[in-house]
Structure formats: C-alpha cells, structure tokens
Write a protein that binds this ligand. Structure first.
Ligand code: CU
Length: 114
C-alpha cells in the first residue's frame, strides 16, 4: 500500500511539470518553405509537407555544419519529420532546389525545466 501511494505522488509530479515537446508543420509550396523561418524549443519536431506537384527534399545543416538528409518528399506522399535536439541556429534546404531555405532557431528549453 505504501509503494502504491509513492507511485501516485511520482505520477502527480510528472503531470505538474510535463516535458514540453511540440511539433510544428512547415509547408513546401511554390518551391519555397512556408514559413521561411521558425523559432522552436530544443526537442521540438518540425514536420515538412509538400504541396507542390514535384519532389522536394529536406536537408538539415546543424550549427556545427553537419548535414543530415532527412528524406525526400514526393508529392502527396508521407511527410518528413525532423527532431531538433540541441539549441542553435540551423539551416534547412531542399537539395533539389538550392534556392529553398528555411532558417530554424532552436532555443534552449532549460527555462521550462526550472
Ligand atoms: Cu525542392
């Protein structure tokens, strides 16, 4: 019985301070990202959809310059999702259309944990 109450209080604590992880959607339309810049929190996910009639790509460049190919998006097919774990300034591009750029500012979520 004692351990049962301990479990409940732990659960109550978790509910009082939820881990904040959100998901935002970015469209790719007319060969541009819409919007062209977003600000999110570390741990948040961006989901990319393709409203054009041709294939786009999502390639993420980290603040350290590391490139990650998050995937191709054929028209009307599944979206691509990418989780931004670390704070910093990221650049997202479509490798098929080099003029397509999305600026992603990832803020630390430490303020929410305090
Ligand atoms: Cu493209």
């Amino acid at each position: 019985m004692k351990s049962h109450w301990m479990y409940l209080s732990v659960m109550a604590g978790l509910l009082a301070s939820p881990t904040y992880a959100a998901e935002q959607t970015v469209d790719q339309t007319n060969s541009r990202f819409d919007p062209t810049s977003v600000t999110i929190k570390a741990g948040d996910t961006l989901r990319f959809k393709n409203s054009d009639a041709y294939t786009h790509n999502v390639t993420v460049t980290s603040p350290l310059g590391e490139k990650t190919d998050a995937g191709m998006e054929k028209p009307q097919e599944a979206t691509v999702a990418y989780k931004f774990r670390d704070p910093g300034q990221y650049m997202v591009r479509c490798t098929i259309h080099p003029m397509m750029k999305l600026s992603v500012t990832v803020e630390s979520d430490s303020a929410m944990k305090q």
